[in-house]
Design a protein around this ligand. Structure first.
Ligand code: KIV
Length: 271
């Protein structure tokens, strides 16, 4: 059994120890009880109830439509299946930007109703008042910089962020601001690997990358993408570990044939 599997419950403190001893942090998304249970049993360190649920579970084009009630529904389902991993719930678009009172109320609802361990928020300087207010209530916050899908209408495209010096400088200063405020970790999405490495080296808190290169402190992927359930999305950073879409359509096809031919149910499959 590896060292990380021997630890009972992963806490934010465990994650900072992992960074200190150079052990990489594994993180995946999950949105429902059954998948969360399997991912937890496999030994993942962090489960993110991502607002990517808006895309992969609800079929929306962006993460913007998902509501606080819907995120709470997914969060509740996930925590019921998890005993070891740290569970982080994304704060959805419109529940924390620009109004720190609404932010703290949203975060408190997430913590009370889902029993998650932490929340995640996109943005740096622009949302620092909300981040600080949530932290002051004792709620652990994970930051998210680089490509921030909740700002897709500002960017207009999902291309790599912070390739230019000005945006890279802002990202570094935002990361430092989030660390100073008390965030326990930061996700960096779709940025140059050299920038990911620089941020991971300059900050004490763990930096978890998705398309941010191999020299950060951990990696996160969307579960449906890495299992090959979602065929439409294939960015360069994505490694597919399975082709579940083919497995599922194959199994469903066999079931249909068995029903049509009268092969299912057989003698043993009835009362
Ligand atoms: O919502 C999500 O799945 C995320 C990951 C891409 C980090 O924020």
């Amino acid at each position: 059994m590896s060292v990380h599997k021997a630890i009972r419950k992963v806490t934010t403190h465990v994650l900072s120890e992992m960074k200190l001893r150079g052990e990489k942090i594994s993180m995946l998304t999950a949105y429902d009880y059954s998948m969360a249970k399997l991912v937890d049993q496999a030994g993942i360190d962090v489960i993110l109830v991502g607002d990517s649920a808006s895309n992969v579970m609800a079929g929306n084009q962006t993460t913007l439509p998902i509501t606080l009630d819907q995120m709470i529904y997914h969060g509740k389902s996930v925590t019921k299946g998890v005993s070891r991993a740290l569970v982080v719930v994304d704060m959805p678009f419109g529940t924390y930007q620009g109004n720190s009172l609404e932010a703290i109320q949203s975060a408190i609802r997430i913590m009370k109703e889902t029993h998650a361990d932490a929340v995640k928020m996109e943005g740096g300087k622009e949302v620092i008042e909300s981040v600080s207010r949530i932290l002051s209530a004792g709620i652990p916050v994970m930051g998210h910089l680089g490509l921030m899908p909740q700002s897709i209408h500002k960017y207009g495209t999902y291309v790599v962020r912070a390739k230019e010096e000005e945006e890279a400088k802002k990202l570094i200063s935002d990361a430092k601001l989030l660390e100073e405020a008390g965030c326990f970790a930061i996700v960096l999405e779709k940025i140059p690997a050299t920038l990911g490495e620089k941020v991971a080296n300059e900050l004490k808190i763990p930096i978890i990358g998705i398309g941010a290169g191999g020299d950060v402190d951990g990696q996160v992927l969307v579960l449906h993408d890495m299992l090959g359930l979602n065929q439409e999305f294939s960015p360069r950073f994505l490694r597919r570990y399975h082709n579940l879409a083919a497995e599922i359509t194959g199994a469903v096809g066999t079931y249909i044939n068995n029903v049509k031919s009268g092969d299912f149910p057989n003698e043993k499959e009835q009362y």
